[in-house]
Design a protein around this ligand. Structure first.
Ligand code: ATP
Ligand code: MG
Length: 284
């Protein structure tokens, strides 16, 4: 069965994250053994992204959400090795700027959705407004609780305009998170990535889990499905996400646009000498 079917959250399904094994790797035993598959997916993505860009009619939005150190940055780095930077971009959602905070919560997201032919990755997203904002009570419950429907409406608008939307929740265990924090502390080249806030946010794990479960249940739709990706093993996370993206692009019916030029006329006008040479060489 494809990972799209295995990991998708069916619309309306209640997700119990504690029942989903973050260390799942399916039939794959190791990174080495999964490598050829990952390479195959990345090669497909490269080819299909070229077609998406050339076709210029549809687009793809990839949303990445997770707790700290679950691997959002790793996914971005990895996916981009399978795509041409021309026509792809990534946008990281930080705390809203003054200008952003002066608008409705979807304003900054709407400005960044992909145009025709493009792929955009959201590293965090408009979902922060029902996650961190809910957990830290940055707005009152009557405000955030209306946002699920608003998000669904927003994503409907975007998908109606020819954008496929794929949303990934990277699922790690608290133990794995702690071990990644420790690596960031111990490795001087990663020190810059660790902060006190990472540890204090960790204490809110149960509250974040509740907020994620509600978001997954209320906003996984046919037009913008959520996938819960077991992410304790970085290689498996990359394997699953690259397959889901490649399969989705495959389904989009992408094709090279027809040429509107008279190729023969151009050949005889600008390449006559080469054609004559080629003819002589082949003895014609
Ligand atoms: P890493 O996972 O590697 O730490 P990061 O995505 O956490 O990377 P940071 O710059 O550390 O990047 O954090 C961005 C912060 O901005 C996050 O804590 C996130 O919750 C917060 N944020 C994003 N959107 C909002 C929002 N709408 N309101 C409040 N905080 C937000
Ligand atoms: Mg952070």
């Amino acid at each position: 069965m494809s990972y799209r079917k295995i990991f998708v959250v069916e619309p309306g399904d209640k997700v119990h994250l504690d029942k989903i094994d973050p260390s799942f790797t399916g039939k794959h035993e190791s990174h080495e053994k999964a490598m050829p598959k990952i390479q195959e997916h990345l090669a497909r993505m490269d080819k299909l992204q070229y077609l998406l860009y050339a076709d210029g009619d549809q687009s793809l939005l990839v949303v990445l959400q997770a707790l700290d150190a679950a691997g959002k940055d790793g996914v971005v780095r990895h996916l981009f090795t399978g795509m041409n930077p021309q026509g792809t971009s990534v946008f990281g959602f930080k705390q809203p700027s003054k200008d952003e905070a002066a608008h409705d919560f979807l304003w900054r997201a709407h400005q960044r959705v992909p145009g025709k032919g493009e792929i955009v990755i959201f590293n965090r997203s408009h979902y922060e407004d029902v996650l961190v904002v809910r957990v830290h009570k940055l707005v009152a419950k009557p405000v955030w609780s209306k946002r699920y429907d608003l998000i669904n409406d927003f994503e409907k608008i975007v998908s109606n305009n020819g954008t496929r939307i794929l949303k990934f929740f990277l699922h790690i265990s608290p133990e794995e998170q702690l071990s990644r924090f420790k690596q960031r502390l111990d490795d001087p080249s990663r020190n810059w990535k660790i902060s006190d806030a990472d540890y204090s946010e960790r204490e809110l794990w149960a509250k974040y889990t509740e907020a994620y479960e509600d978001a997954l249940e209320r906003t996984s739709t046919q037009h913008a499905p959520w996938f819960v990706i077991p992410a304790n093993h970085k290689w498996f996370r990359d394997l699953a996400i690259s397959e889901i993206i490649a399969d989705t692009l495959d389904d989009m019916g992408l094709k090279l646009p027809p040429t509107h030029v008279d190729k023969e006329a151009i050949r005889s006008k600008y390449h006559a000498a080469e054609q004559e040479q080629a003819g002589k060489a082949s003895g014609a």
